[in-house]
Design a binder for this molecule. Structure first.
Ligand code: PGA
Length: 253
């Protein structure tokens, strides 16, 4: 059974005490997570030790990094590598978020290198893809996303690809309050799965978790996650609000 994941993407938000309060309040609620359900917090790098120590002993809860460098070490001032994250207890790394692609010029080729670095140490990449508004309006979203997958991921072996979590995030829905409808999400998630099936076979494609991201909130999470090919969400704004993210965790199927 593939994993169902509620992933919080805090982006560049919260001061240290706010981060600590948010985590503690969220963890105060009871969650009866099943073995295939996970909650992941992609926190700013500086809060990783705080988050890791807060989550000690919480089965199925994980801390993630929001990015990493493609090299393991070296003269790259200001950067953090995948092995460095692993050394402090972080084994999930978000890669290729649309904000990194847009504001930091991350290309599919660079993301392919970052993926290799993350997989080489057995960590879990959460690989983001998704189209801008103009592409959606032109009806070319499937081709656009397929190219992102091909260029970023298709060099991986079948053994490697099953370790990757996909986050489909249409850029027009991120932080805009505009969510893809559950039908729109299901349609493209199913398409993404057919791309994996064509390359790696159906059994492998069925193992890959595909999260939806873009204005996921308490009010729409249940319907989105109920779709057969939607395996949870990557959540920005609503992950900063205790009651919202709590409800999103409860919406996992
Ligand atoms: P949002 O962000 O939930 O605020 O739309 C999602 C994301 O960027 O991962």
């Amino acid at each position: 059974m593939r994993k169902q994941i509620a992933a919080a993407n805090w982006k560049m938000n919260l001061k240290s005490t706010e981060a600590s309060t948010l985590l503690n309040e969220l963890l105060a609620a009871p969650y009866a997570l099943k073995s295939h359900q996970e909650v992941v917090f992609a926190v700013p790098a500086i809060y990783i030790p705080l988050a890791v120590s807060t989550l000690v002993g919480k089965a199925n809860f994980f801390v993630a990094a929001q990015n990493c460098h493609q090299k393991n070490s070296g003269a790259f001032t200001g950067e953090i590598s995948a092995p460095m994250y692993a050394s402090v207890g972080v084994k999930h790394i978000v890669l290729g978020h649309s904000e990194r692609r847009e504001y930091f010029g991350e290309s599919d080729a660079l993301l392919a290198e970052k993926l290799n670095a993350v997989l080489a140490i057995n960590s879990t990449p959460i690989f983001c893809c998704g189209e801008p508004l103009a592409i959606r309006e032109a009806g070319s979203q499937n081709e656009f996303v397929e190219a992102q997958l091909k260029n970023g991921l298709f060099h991986l072996s079948a053994e490697e690809i099953v370790k990757v979590v996909i986050a489909y995030e249409p850029i027009w829905a991120i932080g805009t309050g505009k969510t893809a409808s559950s039908d729109q999400a299901q349609e493209i998630h199913a398409y993404i799965r057919t791309c994996f099936a064509a390359k790696y076979g159906d059994a492998i494609a069925q193992e890959i978790s595909i999260l939806y991201g873009g204005s996921v909130k308490a009010a729409n999470a249940k319907e989105l996650f109920a779709q057969p090919d939607v395996d949870g969400g990557l959540v920005g704004g609503a992950s900063l609000i205790v009651s919202e993210f709590e409800a999103i965790i409860h919406a996992l199927k």
